[in-house]
Design a protein around this ligand. Structure first.
Ligand code: ZN
Length: 337
């Protein structure tokens, strides 16, 4: 029987209080795609199914200015702080926010830092950070695509600067290109960034296969742009042949996943065909790679996902089997653990 793993979990109700503005699709005013509902449901389903009882809560602290400036400019940080202290505003492109979102965004970045720190220090074996607002589109001097601060970029830079980590791999399976994370490490050979996304969806003209990094970082950024309609076979083949192969060659000390769940077939913003079993398989493949390469150290940070189906991803956990029979595969408790 494999030893039971400890899976950490970051969640704060305050994450749900970030006001990302409303939408108007189609025409009639609506809550907007990036709203708290799917994340609340995610967390509530963990509670209702008992999975939460198996997770180790990780309490985040807000990211500090020192943490932020490893990726963002002082001017950008200050502009967000000032807008947030007034009526809110837009962080750049398609990133509206309301009063108080600066502090929530700090706590979101801090949540991913806390998850990384917990795993690196061995308090937990792996972790899921259900944070909001998301982060992988944010750039040094502007927010983009609902992302104010680059949660993963900030947390990985923290790990490099403060935790003695020297090689980190980031796998981004959000349906959109992880442009901000790519930018953060484009010339850095110590961080392998891999993004698998729908070709030319958002940001447009971003995430081409030819964009492989530059300078010393040449070869350490991989983009896997997939045609709309790609399904389970395409994703699992890409994982087997490229993602896991690249991880094994790179030999990271920590693997971080930009866990957008918007490549599922029901997502209103993506046109991919994944289902929960595929997310379970991809998680399992990364767990196996992490187990072989870096003592299982794996951190998932929540990104996009705009349909009710995000909660169904938890079926990947197959919690009933895990909870009902302790002799069976306990890793299925969280899909991580
Ligand atoms: Zn996305």
């Amino acid at each position: 029987m494999t030893p039971k793993r400890r899976t950490g979990f970051v969640f704060e109700e305050l994450y749900m209080w970030h006001d990302s503005g409303g939408g108007s699709f189609p025409l009639q005013p609506s809550p907007g795609f990036e709203n708290p509902d799917s994340k609340r449901r995610f967390r509530n389903l963990l509670s209702a199914t008992g999975i939460l009882d198996h997770l180790h809560p990780i309490k985040p602290a807000p990211a500090t200015e020192e943490d932020l400036v490893r990726f963002h400019t002082h001017e950008y940080i200050e502009s967000i702080r000032q807008m947030s202290a007034n009526r809110g505003g837009d962080a750049g492109e398609l990133t509206p926010f309301g009063p108080g979102s600066y502090e929530i965004a700090l706590l979101s970045a801090g949540g991913v830092i806390a998850a990384v720190e917990s795993v690196m220090k061995g308090a937990t074996d792996n972790a899921y950070a259900l944070v909001r607002p998301p982060g992988h589109h944010a750039e040094p001097n502007r927010g983009r695509g609902y992302c104010i601060f680059g949660n993963i970029a900030i947390a990985v830079k923290y790990a490099l600067a403060k935790l003695g980590v020297s090689r980190v791999a980031v796998v981004d399976w959000d349906v959109h290109h992880g442009n901000g994370t790519q930018l953060a490490f484009y010339e850095n050979p110590d961080v392998l960034t891999i993004s698998i996304h729908q070709d030319n969806l958002y940001p447009t003209a971003s995430g081409a296969m030819e964009d492989n990094g530059a300078g010393r970082g040449a070869g350490f950024n991989l983009n896997l742009p997939m045609p709309p309609g790609s399904g389970v076979g395409a994703y699992l083949a890409a994982f087997e042949r490229v993602v896991v192969a690249a991880l094994r060659k790179f030999q990271p000390e920590l693997i971080v996943v930009a866990s957008g769940l918007d490549a599922n077939a029901y997502d209103p913003l993506g046109r991919m065909m994944l289902h929960s079993e595929c997310y379970r398989r991809m998680t399992q493949m990364l767990m196996e790679a992490a187990s072989d390469l870096c003592a299982g150290r794996l951190v998932l940070a929540h990104e996009g996902g705009y349909s009710d189906y995000v909660c169904a991803v938890l079926r990947a956990c197959d919690h009933r089997r895990a909870i009902g029979d302790s002799n069976r595969d306990r890793r299925s408790v969280s899909g991580l653990g």
